[in-house]
Ligand binder design. Sequence first.
Ligand code: ADP
Ligand code: MG
Length: 450
Amino acid sequence: PEIIEHLRVEHELSNVSFNTWIKPLKVYKVVDHTVFILVNMNASVEYIDKKYRLPLKVSIAEITEKEFEVVLVSEDDDRLDEIMEMASKASEKKRTKTAAQKAGLNPKYTFDTFVVGGNNSFAHAASLAVAESPGEVYNPLFLYGGVGLGKTHLMHSVAHFILDKNPKKKVLYVTSETFTNELIQALKNPKENSMSDFRDKYRNNDVLLIDDIQFIIGKESTQEEFFHTFNHLHTAGKQIIISSDRPPKDIETLEARLRTRFEWGLIADISAPDYETRMAILQKKIEMDSLQKYNIPDDVLEYIATNVKTNIRELEGSLNKLIALYKLQNNQEQIDIPLAAEALKDIISSQANREVTPELILDVVSEHFGISIADLKSSKRTAEIAIPRQIFMYLCREMTTASLKVMGIVLGGKDHSTINHGIKKIQAEIKENESLSNTIDIIKKKINPV
Ligand code: ADP
Ligand code: MG
């Protein structure tokens, strides 16, 4: 009644319109995010749908402060059941989506988009087996390999596969950075149940995926907590999947008991892709991003695959850079090897000597926070962008000899007082904010792996 009244007032309905069309409406059922409204006269369904469905939707949203789809159904519609069933299927599909989102997954990282080659076929097969029978075959599954070789992609694929088959499964994907930062928050939170909330979150899962475990090395309380999380899940027969940049035996400072546990299951490595696999990945990317329209010649693709060997992220980056350069030149030039050479310039030089430069730091910060370089260089001030930008300034000060002026130029033209302020702010905050200091620590390791 409240909703109907709202509608009457908002739309200044005359008494006759209101009494004829709106007053007789009844809510038939609410299924998830859909309200089914029963119309008593079959003939008027279409008319009401056209004229009042949207107003109804708005009124419902304003009163309940939630968004609902509105579906009008007629009392004597013999398709009532069918309509209801379709709606509930549609909302189930939405739930699956949110399940994947809730689990922290990238929709693009699935088995379908993963190219299998000699370098990763074992890791791929092991991941698929675990996806098909979580908790029953290899537990834990430990994936390791260098940067940009597909560990995260494979982990997300497993999680998607499990959730697609059964959206009700509890699947949680986190980086070890998130695990550490949430533990820090829980420990310092004065609320009595903050630690038990933390434990519930990590233990109450069918599948737990922890990415880049190498970043908890040497952090004793995190290792300790992870050890208990691991035991709890493993004893209960729940699946654990771990990734790292190196195998357990090479993680020297990892506590022996944790290392032993990592070795209980299956350890699979991913190495650098061979030439054929690199070509196949480029082809797949062209197909996925609909880049066929650019007609990139074979010799250009071969040039890229020949020159970018050790990191698939850079392989993809080269293709993106090539297209960007092509567009910049107003499509005047052709996509040819000289243009590809131009696109690869930075990437090849960064492979040759990984000197720490502001440009390298900018790349790593962008990739770590998932924020584009353009946004970092912009003057946007939302915290989401401003804090990573200040972290960039701080890291340049710590890790390079670049002047404030140079940092400003790299950031698309910021004056030195802005840079100075940013550096000071992080320097002060890092002393009090342990999770910020953990995050910065991890970014440093990404810039300068030891
Ligand atoms: P890692 O976690 O090992 O650093 P990612 O999983 O983030 O690497 O992979 C880097 C990029 O390369 C991602 O965009 C990913 O989709 C892509 N990639 C890696 N391996 C493959 C593969 N076998 N097939 C297709 N794309 C891949
Ligand atoms: Mg990764």
